[in-house]
Write a protein that binds this ligand. Structure first.
Ligand SMILES: NC(=O)C1=CN([C@@H]2O[C@H](COP(=O)(O)OP(=O)(O)OC[C@H]3O[C@@H](n4cnc5c(N)ncnc54)[C@H](OP(=O)(O)O)[C@@H]3O)[C@@H](O)[C@H]2O)[C@H](O)CC1
Ligand SMILES: [K+]
Length: 502
């Protein structure tokens, strides 16, 4: 699914009207209908209490007026408060005229803002994608008043005051803190960034039949990967597939006290469908590794406590390095030798990323399409401290294009960046996955899919991220989010991949 800018969204509206030969009023009616359907499912008219609809002067306010009419017709108690302005959009006027007289309407005024009881339902239809500048004056006062009220706010299209696609020009200007945000057609970039989470709340995208041809042709670096995405499905295993098709992977992992990372990562690689797995680990880990992962082969390093040797890479179709590795100088040398000599896909995580961050000259050695899987802290060590989430995305795009690699920037909506600068946000996963070892599991899964000879680098990585999150969702359904541990992720990789197989 693509993510478009506010400007592209306006063009998409126009293209939809043209292609489907409908008026903007009809499109607004569809939007309001979709909003109302969501409401019927979420809040029963007997329990909703009186719903306050705050309407701005543009089409966002028009959506609010149309929704107020539909909710009133469906038996909800509704009142409307209008932001006074000199001009209103044509569809606003149409929907104002069609609002039944039985719905109370008031104009918002500075000294007389409407009383909002705690827990009341409020629909925020003040501003959407037409926001042209930070909120000030009466509009800002209304939003501040609303945020203080501790109401349940449902934002239409965007929380008012928030830009769809870029940072706030005035961080001091107020933005509605919504419990729910209901967008149309496609998610917005703003929905996916942690800095906006308190404004956006739980978001949903409602289908209003927007023109697919326009969407297909629209240029954007931003995408949203969902379970149903055909581009990231796992091909079924042919009856005559054999171990070589699925590859022989090498995993360099573990150090004294961190052998669990190697065990978890190896487990994920095996459950990810790799043909064969060999782990190269420090001597200290031999017993624990062979006992817990009898399906894998095991090479032990001359050093007991850390990895100091690179084995012959001849037999392998992909190499992963990093989980639990430590940052010994001899380990840095192994990483350097790997980068200089590997002819097969590489997956780099955890302490191997920290070594890259501490020795940035090594970044020049990264083979094309190497997969790096940093969390935000590790990414900062590779680049610089971002001043906000949008800046971090700029840094991500600059990094992937410069180094021609695939970066998995881990977070609530993990972003997979490709060497051509395209970025794919992941939709699966839950907060229970913020637990030790979760990243090691992802590394093992990416490694398995990079070893799979049927998948390209981006396909393998996006699929691994999607399946990892889905495994987390399947696991959390059994354990709850708090009880989720990384081993549960490993146990659910099989069913998660099964669900993604075509
Ligand atoms: N496909 C869709 O997404 C559909 C979206 N719809 C809805 O339409 C809005 C976008 O409507 P638009 O009229 O373009 O914009 P807004 O309603 O968000 O706001 C425009 C008006 O607000 C004024 N404005 C802008 N910024 C400020 C501000 N900081 N303070 C005060 N006033 C502001 C602006 O006035 P100008 O002076 O800038 O001209 C406009 O009056 C979208 O979000 C959806 O909700 C359609 O209903 C259906 C399809
Ligand atoms: K809004």
């Amino acid at each position: 699914m693509k993510i478009l800018t506010a400007a592209q969204t306006h063009q998409l509206d126009q293209a939809t009207m043209q292609a489907q030969n409908i008026t903007s009023t009809e499109l607004m009616e569809r939007a309001a209908g979709a909003l109302a359907e969501w409401f019927y499912g979420e809040f029963h008219s007997n329990e909703a209490g009186e719903i306050l609809v705050l309407c701005g002067p543009g089409n966002n306010g028009g959506d609010g007026l149309a929704l107020a009419r539909l909710l009133h017709a469906a038996g909800y108690a509704v009142r409307v408060a209008l932001l006074p302005t000199e001009k209103q959009s044509a569809d606003w006027q149409h929907n104002r005229q069609h609002l039944p007289a039985a719905v109370p309407v008031a104009e918002l005024a500075a000294g007389a803002l409407p009383a909002i009881a705690p827990g009341a339902l409020v629909i925020d239809a003040l501003f959407g994608t037409g926001l042209a500048r930070p909120l000030a004056g009466l509009a800002a006062a209304v939003v501040a008043h609303l945020n203080q009220a501790r109401a349940h706010v449902v934002a239409v299209d965007l929380p008012s005051g928030l830009l769809a696609d870029g940072p706030q020009p005035d961080p001091g200007a107020p933005v509605v803190r919504a419990s729910y945000t209901l967008g149309f057609g496609l998610p917005k970039l703003a929905f996916l960034l942690p800095q906006n989470a308190d404004y956006v709340g739980e978001w949903h995208v409602l289908d209003i039949g927007l023109d697919q041809d326009f969407i297909d042709q629209a240029a954007t670096p931003w995408h949203f990967t969902q379970l149903a995405d055909a581009n990231v499905a796992l091909p079924r295993r042919g009856r005559f597939g054999y171990k070589n098709t699925f590859g022989h992977a090498l995993l360099l992992a573990g150090s004294r006290g961190k052998m669990g990372a190697a065990v978890l990562s190896a487990g994920a690689c095996l459950r990810g469908g790799v043909g064969l797995l060999t782990a190269h680990i420090p001597g200290v880990g031999y017993d624990v590794f062979q006992t817990t992962r009898p399906e894998a082969m095991c090479l032990t390093d001359a050093q007991a406590d850390f990895v100091s040797e690179l084995p012959d890479l001849g037999p392998y179709q992909a190499v992963g390095i990093g989980p639990g590795l430590g940052q010994a100088d001899a380990t840095r040398a192994v990483l350097e030798e790997l980068l200089r000599t590997a002819k097969v896909p590489l997956v780099i995580d955890a302490d191997a990323l920290n070594l890259l961050g501490a020795h940035r000259e090594l970044l020049e050695l990264l083979p094309e399409n190497t997969v790096l899987t940093p969390h935000i802290g590790e990414f900062t060590r590779l680049t610089e401290k971002a001043h906000d989430d949008y800046h971090r995305l700029d840094l991500l795009r600059a990094f992937i294009q410069k180094h021609r690699c695939v970066v998995v920037l881990k977070g609530a909506y993990t972003a997979v960046g490709a060497p051509d600068g395209q970025v794919y946000f992941n939709s699966t996963g839950n907060p229970g996955m913020g637990t030790g070892g979760s990243g090691d599991v992802l590394t093992g899964l990416v490694l398995a899919l990079r070893a799979d000879q049927r998948l390209g680098p981006l396909h393998a990585t996006r699929l691994a991220v999607l399946a990892h999150g889905h495994a987390g969702d399947l696991a959390a359904a059994e354990t709850g989010e708090a009880g989720l541990i990384a081993g549960d992720l490993v146990a659910h990789i099989g069913p998660a991949l099964q669900a993604l197989t075509v």
